[in-house]
Structure formats: structure tokens, C-alpha cells
Write a protein that binds this ligand. Structure first.
Ligand SMILES: *[C@@H]1O[C@H](CO)[C@@H](O)[C@H](O)[C@H]1NC(C)=O
Ligand SMILES: *[C@@H]1O[C@H](CO)[C@@H](O)[C@H](O)[C@H]1NC(C)=O
Ligand SMILES: *[C@@H]1O[C@H](CO)[C@@H](O)[C@H](O)[C@H]1NC(C)=O
Length: 304
């Protein structure tokens, strides 16, 4: 009888051990060096592929502290098996220098068609010329919390979406407790004229911006592209508790397509100029929603 219990015990124990082992994917175990100069892109991609195929508990991709990982342009593509992925960034992630990318690459850490994911950690993401994190088409239920971006990067963007007249969507995205240092943008939604689909239910909350060029932005004329008949519909967006300093002229830009953005709420925002002599202007076109008195610089163009 004893041997039987032992066997049962071993089976249960081994299974739970394997299950545990199989849902944590540490990039170091995939050959990442984390020395800041070796190319760790492949290790990240392999770890992502295993994460994406995992379905036990909360599959977690670990970027461990005490290291700096050099990662080239990468698309982390879903759909994945689990709707409860976790990416824990405790180490630093660095993009290659911009001139090492080729002239038209505009992608770095992009998440595509991912349904259900949390990104957090104490590390710093430095995009050196592109998005810190971009949430691309087909993505929903994504939470980014406590991520720090900077010093030379773009922000945590939803988009760009609708390029090449594509129909795309992104929804239920929450970016909370994130800090942007010296970045060119922070909270940003960008879509191309001519595309279709929608962006909805996006929250940027508890954001600190230090010396950021464009802290808050909805850009539906991405890359200066003029208005076209088709556009993505942007709605149900909250920008709240966003504080800090801006180095550009327009701390808040809400440039919506003619079809209009609906239900865009701004509250508890104070962004001052790094250079106090510089005036602060806001831009807003075709925006419906709500702002409160605690939004500075004030916006008078949001219609209810
Ligand atoms: C994201 O956060 C919301 C509320 O903060 C929570 O309900 C949801 O489960 C979270 N999603 C994931 C994938 O963790
Ligand atoms: C945000 O940060 C504050 C202060 O550090 C902390 O109290 C709060 O729990 C954090 N919230 C989230 C969603 O991480
Ligand atoms: C915006 O504010 C209005 C009025 O307070 C509220 O009804 C609506 O649900 C809010 N929208 C979002 C996206 O939070």
C-alpha cells in the first residue's frame, strides 16, 4: 500500500511542480544575456511564444531585475491560449539606437491581438526613439501598471491603428501608475485617416510626466495625414490624475477625426511648462466629453 501512496504522491507532486515550472518564463532561461549590449531579441521572442502557448494559472514572462536587455523591434503576437497573461518587467529594457533600425521601422515592443494581459514591474523601458509600449490592433483587456518609460522614448500608445485602410480595433486598455521621464509622449492614442474600426474603453490614470513633449494626445491624423472619409471611432476614454511637466507647446492634444470622439473625460490634470515663460496651449477638434475645473491647462473645447 505504501508504494501506491508514494506513487500517487509523486504523480501529484511532479505534476504540480511541472505546472509551476511551465507557467513562468524567465528570459534568462531562454538565453538572454542582459548585459545591455548583446542582442536579446530572440530570447524574448522564444519566451513570448512559450508564454503565449501556456494555459496554467497566470502564465508569466519574467524580465529579471539587475539586468539591462537590448531588444530589437519585436511584435508580440497573439492570440494566446491564456486570457490572463502577465509580463513582469523588473529589469531594464533598451531599444537599439534609432540609426541601427533602418529608416522605416516604426515598431518596437508591440502587442498585437492579445486578449487579457497585465504588464508591470519596477524596471525601466527605454525605447530610444519609438513607442515604449504599443498596443496594436485586435487587443483587449490589457493592463499596464507601474511601468517607467524614458528617458528617450515615446509613450504607452494605443495604436497606431487603421494604417493601410485596415479595419482594426482595441478596447479595454488601462494604463495606471506609470511614469514617463523625458519622453516625447506619454498617454497616446493614434489612428490613421482612411482606416476603420474603433478604439474604446481606454483609461490613463495616475500618470507622472517629467519633461515630456506631448503628455496627453489623441491623434487621429497620424503622421500629419489629412482627413479622409473613413476613420476609426474613438470613444469612452479617461485621462485622470496626470501630473508633471511638459517641454512642448501643447500639453493636451485631442485631435479627432470629423466623425468625432465621444465620451472623452479628463479630470485631475496639472501639467506645467518646464520653462515657465513658455505659454501652454491645448488643441482639440471634434471632441465630446467632460472636463472638470481641476484640469490645467484648461480645455474649453470639449463639448458635452
Ligand atoms: C485589469 O484591471 C481591471 C480593473 O482594474 C480588472 O478588472 C481586470 O481583471 C484586469 N485584467 C487583467 C488581464 O489583469
Ligand atoms: C499606484 O501607486 C500608489 C502609490 O505608490 C499605490 O498606493 C497604488 O496601490 C498603486 N496602484 C496601482 C494600481 O498600482
Ligand atoms: C464621463 O463622465 C460622464 C459624466 O460624469 C459619465 O457619465 C461617463 O460614464 C464618463 N465616461 C467615462 C469613459 O468614464
Amino acid at each position: 500500500m505504501d508504494w501506491f501512496i508514494t506513487v500517487i504522491f509523486l504523480i501529484v507532486f511532479c505534476n504540480s511542480w511541472i505546472a509551476f515550472g511551465e507557467n513562468t518564463f524567465d528570459v534568462l532561461k531562454y538565453g538572454a544575456k542582459g548585459d545591455g549590449t548583446s542582442d536579446d531579441t530572440q530570447a524574448f521572442e522564444k519566451a513570448w511564444n512559450d508564454l503565449c502557448g501556456a494555459n496554467q494559472g497566470t502564465p508569466t514572462l519574467v524580465v529579471p531585475s539587475g539586468h539591462t536587455f537590448l531588444v530589437h523591434q519585436t511584435i508580440f503576437k497573439g492570440p494566446c491560449k491564456s486570457k490572463n497573461l502577465h509580463i513582469k518587467i523588473d529589469g531594464n529594457i533598451l531599444a537599439p539606437k534609432r540609426n541601427a533600425w533602418g529608416s522605416c521601422s516604426k515598431r518596437w515592443l508591440h502587442f498585437h491581438t492579445v486578449h487579457g494581459m497585465t504588464v508591470d514591474g519596477s524596471g525601466v523601458i527605454n525605447g530610444r526613439g519609438d513607442d515604449c509600449i504599443a498596443i496594436k490592433g485586435g487587443s483587449q483587456f490589457i493592463n499596464v501598471t507601474r511601468v517607467t518609460c524614458g528617458p528617450t522614448t515615446h509613450g504607452i500608445s494605443v495604436g497606431s491603428l487603421g494604417g493601410g485602410k485596415d479595419e482594426e480595433f482595441a478596447e479595454s486598455i488601462t494604463v495606471k501608475n506609470c511614469t514617463f521621464n523625458g519622453a516625447s509622449s506619454a498617454a497616446r492614442i493614434k489612428t490613421w485617416p482612411g482606416g476603420s474600426g474603433y478604439v474604446k474603453s481606454v483609461i490613463y490614470d495616475q500618470i507622472i510626466v517629467n519633461n515630456v513633449v506631448n503628455p496627453i494626445e489623441i491623434d487621429q491624423h497620424y503622421m500629419g495625414t489629412p482627413e479622409k472619409k473613413e476613420a476609426l471611432k474613438v470613444s469612452d476614454v479617461t485621462f485622470s490624475n496626470i501630473h508633471g511637466t511638459c517641454s512642448g507647446e501643447n500639453p493636451i492634444v485631442l485631435d479627432c477625426a470629423k466623425i468625432g470622439c465621444d465620451n472623452i473625460n479628463l479630470s485631475q490634470i496639472s501639467i506645467t511648462q518646464v520653462n515657465p515663460k513658455k505659454p501652454s496651449k491645448t488643441i482639440c477638434n471634434n471632441v465630446k466629453g467632460k472636463t472638470n475645473v481641476n484640469v490645467s491647462p484648461s480645455l474649453h473645447c470639449v463639448q458635452t
